[in-house]
Design a protein around this ligand. Structure first.
Ligand code: NAD
Ligand code: UGA
Length: 458
């Protein structure tokens, strides 16, 4: 069958893979190809062992791979053949030169722009899927028009709002799809082509079109607002611990106000993930660039509170366990930055594990999906770290458990059995507030939730 359109995605990561799988599923009339510079990643996408864990993803990949979804390494051929190119490469924080620690590192993105320029022989619509600083589309257009070339390029911004762990549902039923375009005749025509693509499954009223700069900025702003809610509730959790207020009660009380809303008010050990910190620092950098220091300071504090929350958690463990962890065995239940993913990028568990090792504790790491990434994250740490998937085995002989990821499986563990197997006095530090604290206390544990009074037997 001849395909109606040929779509290419450059970057086969957490965004490129799932997004294209869902487009291929919803639009059988389009050919969807995903390319990457990393041949190992492409080989994994073509195998039964996908490079990322995401609920529901492997079923969709099995359904569409080889039908109208293809994973390939030949980027040049992919570019030549395609009508629409999504760019979904990584845009990490720069760790060198000007703007180090804040600005987005656009080297991968720029490489892609140059490759598109080099291999294109027919008109292309280029879609920015990666999260980028405002005004990036202008730079992309400049690269694509830097030499006289008969090829027509239209650049659109179409940021991705999926959350890991719920990516498939987020893609199949998005709150909104945002498409930003230049307000020129060809820009608007390109925008309509992308609207038509999404309209295959997304109701029209959820497809929002804006000018291209609003679209780029909305992505950074959305992540900043989400992260700000987590830092807000976490900052209040610190005050709860001093005043005997209970953060769960406070969160329900404020969340019942329709204007505030109840989502994203779970106090935690801090937010992780590859994007919140990176995108806020990017926003901070942009604000400073434009001389808006007060605005930059405001958003920078969201990240500072997040760092503080992680450090507070570590300090609480140290303090509760008589100010020494030397020779004690501590089990981290969970290493992923959130439940239902194997992703550990910026996971608070990384800092916690490192600090515990610095205190000469023996650390045991347990996680149903993230042990491979955990080993890679901690490969340079010298100290005793064991990786044990089974939670019952992991906690055996430990002095303390710290819950760092809210996996459902940890909610229903047999804590009587676990208590029997642990060294005494046994401690639980619930960094996600997912356990039944009064019950744990009754069993004999000393319990330290986030933002609630501790329950100890001393
Ligand atoms: P990722 O690191 O998982 O994937 C990026 C992929 O791009 C890698 O496989 C890398 O090899 C490939 N790549 C880099 N340069 C390339 C090039 N020149 N040619 C071909 N391939 C190249 O990153 P990700 O998590 O998928 O994020 C991608 C973008 O999407 C980022 O800008 C991120 O901020 C944004 N985003 C991520 C999420 C998320 O949940 N992870 C959600 C929304 C938006
Ligand atoms: C986040 C956004 O939710 C997505 O919309 C966005 O597309 C994505 O970033 C991105 O740009 O990468 P994600 O990082 O996958 O998605 O996961 P979230 O559910 O937002 O959680 C982020 C972190 O905040 C996790 O560590 C989570 O445990 C923490 N969190 C979240 C809390 O501590 N409390 C909450 O109430 C909610």
């Amino acid at each position: 069958m001849a395909f109606e359109k040929k779509i290419l995605c450059i970057g086969a990561g957490y965004v490129g893979g799932p997004t294209m799988a869902v487009i291929a599923q919803k639009c059988p009339q389009y050919q969807v190809t995903v390319v990457d510079i990393d041949p190992v990643r492409i080989a994994e996408w073509n195998s039964d062992d996908l490079p990322i864990y995401e609920p529901g993803l492997s079923e969709i990949v099995k359904e569409v791979r080889g039908r109208n979804l293809f994973f390939k390494t030949d980027i040049g051929e992919g570019i030549r053949e395609s009508d629409i190119i999504f760019v979904s490469v990584n845009t990490p924080t720069k760790d060198y030169g000007l703007g180090a620690g804040k600005a987005a590192d656009l080297q991968y993105w720029e490489q892609t722009a140059r490759q598109i320029f080099e291999f294109s022989e027919s008109p292309k619509i280029i879609v920015e899927k990666s999260t980028l600083p405002v005004k990036t589309a202008q730079a992309m257009e400049r690269i694509l028009r830097s030499e006289s070339n008969n090829t027509r390029f239209d650049v659109l911004s179409n940021p991705e709002f999926l959350s890991e762990g719920t990516a498939i549902n987020d893609l199949q039923n998005p709150d909104r799809v945002l498409i930003g375009s230049m307000e020129t005749e060809s820009g608007l025509k390109a925008r309509d082509t992308l609207v038509e693509l999404y309209a295959n499954w997304v109701p029209r009223e959820r497809i929002l079109t804006t000018n291209i700069w609003s679209s780029e900025l909305s992505k950074l702003a959305a992540n900043a607002f989400l992260a700000q809610r987590v830092s807000s509730i976490n900052s209040i959790s610190a005050l709860c611990e001093k005043t005997d207020a209970d953060i769960t009660e406070v969160a329900s009380a404020i969340g019942m106000d329709n204007r505030i809303g109840s989502k994203f008010l779970n106090a935690s050990v801090g937010f992780g993930g590859s994007c919140f910190k990176k995108d806020i620092m990017n926003l901070v950098y942009l604000c400073r660039y434009y001389g808006l220091d007060e605005v930059a300071d405001y958003w920078e504090h969201v990240v500072r509170i997040n760092q503080y929350q992680q450090e507070r958690f570590i300090f609480r463990i140290l303090n509760a366990m008589f100010n020494t962890l030397s020779g004690k065995r501590i089990c981290l239940l969970g290493f992923a930055f959130k439940a239902n993913t194997g992703d550990t990028r910026e996971s608070p568990a990384i800092l916690i594990a490192k600090k515990l090792v610095e205190e000469n504790a023996a650390v045991v790491i347990s996680d149903p999906e993230a042990l491979k990434n955990a080993r890679a994250d901690l490969k340079d740490v010298s100290g005793q770290i064991d990786y044990i998937k089974d939670p019952y085995e992991a906690v055996r002989g430990c002095h303390a458990i710290a819950v760092t990821t809210e996996w459902d499986l940890y909610r229903n563990l047999d804590f009587e059995r676990i208590y029997q197997d642990m060294a005494k006095p046994a401690f639980v530090f619930d960094g996600r507030n997912i356990l039944n604290h009064p019950k744990l206390f009754e069993i004999g544990f000393n319990v330290f939730p986030i933002g609630k009074p501790a329950m100890t037997h001393f």
